[in-house]
Design a protein around this ligand. Structure first.
Ligand SMILES: Nc1ncnc2c1ncn2[C@@H]1O[C@H](COP(=O)(O)OP(=O)(O)O)[C@@H](O)[C@H]1O
Ligand SMILES: [Mg+2]
Length: 306
């Protein structure tokens, strides 16, 4: 099947000479929720802007449901809805006229029933005649989503949907996104919140300094999260790991002062007594014991540092 989005070898160098994206390859499948996770300045907005035709790429190819965004721009763009990060709304217009206008922009025939359905899906229908400036922040965000959906796109981009949004509103946004995904919309969101990627995504792509450094199924990432380490601090440093100790599953950490034992906390409980007995049989004195868990945060920071 054709991917919702197919990005091949895409680079972007801004006029300043700054290379914001370097040879990006990424496929996004129909119906998935994909989170593009990365720190500020990583290139997330640039990548979305290239796909949506707001910024022109320097090289490479981008297809939206098989339509090339250069040679077949209109067909490609029609399939996409974009929710920008900034609240940019005509404050004196009503919700209804704003959303109606967005639909017309894409040359779609008027369809009040459709707009009604979109507003209802976003719990905005009872506000349809309200002026934008009378709405709460959360409602304004939902109006942005309604605008992006007005021309019935099958792919929705949300650029940092919960940046600067309080916890309650964030949950609200997540529910809206899930509902849209259940109804078959492909969702691509950018975020610098690890928690958001964990909560929302089917797949996560990590981007840093214009490069995609990891694309992984969220479940696989979560399994990595289940990894725990038992750390044994030693009274005396070792210069090499005795074979017997290696056989128990220990690794020697850099300084030689600590041993680590990695295990999957979801599947096993280490037999600490056995490990300690093994150590004392090899005449290795233990100074301290601790466990640590690698979080997505660790994995992320680790990747970003490299
Ligand atoms: N119009 C521009 N001209 C020059 N550099 C830009 C422009 N837009 C963005 N950049 C730079 O490109 C990098 C990526 O920006 P952006 O895509 O907005 O990152 P993110 O959305 O991940 O925070 C940043 O270093 C930013 O300063
Ligand atoms: Mg951005």
């Amino acid at each position: 099947m054709t991917s919702a989005i197919s990005i091949q070898n895409v680079s972007k160098t801004y006029k300043t000479g700054f290379s914001a994206l370097k040879a990006i390859n990424l496929d996004i499948e129909n119906g998935e929720i994909f989170a593009l996770l990365g720190p500020n300045g990583a290139g997330k907005t640039t990548l979305i802007s290239l796909i949506c035709g707001i910024v022109t790429k320097t090289s490479g190819s981008i297809k939206v449901a098989g339509h090339d965004i250069n040679s077949d721009y209109r067909a490609a763009r029609k399939l996409i809805g974009l929710v920008p990060q900034e609240l940019s709304l005509p404050i004196f217009e009503t919700v209804w006229s704003t959303v109606k206008f967005s639909r017309a922009l894409f040359g779609k025939p008027r369809d009040d029933a459709k707009l009604e359905a979109i507003l209802k899906q976003l719990s905005l229908f009872d506000k349809k005649d309200a002026k934008i400036n009378s709405l709460s922040g959360g409602m304004k965000r939902r109006v942005l989503i309604a605008k992006a959906l007005a021309h019935e796109p099958s792919i929705l981009f949300l650029d940092e949907p919960s940046a600067g949004v309080d916890v309650e509103l964030r949950k609200d946004m997540w529910n809206v996104m899930r509902k849209l995904a259940e109804d078959g919309t492909t969702i691509i969101l950018t975020t610098h919140y690890i928690e958001e990627a964990e909560m929302m995504a089917d797949r996560v792509g990590v981007i840093n300094k214009g490069e995609i450094i990891l694309v992984e199924d969220k479940k696989v990432l979560m399994e990595k999260l289940g990894q725990k380490q038992l750390i044994v601090s030693l009274e005396e440093p070792l210069d090499r790991l005795p074979t017997k100790i290696a056989k128990l599953g220990f690794n020697l950490m850099q300084s030689g002062k600590k041993l680590s034992y990695q295990y999957d906390s979801k599947k096993e409980k280490p037999d600490i007594a056995k490990l300690i007995t093994g150590l004392s049989a090899a005449q290795i004195a233990v100074a301290d014991l601790s466990t640590q868990q690698s979080s997505l945060e660790d994995i992320f920071l680790d990747l970003v540092k490299k």
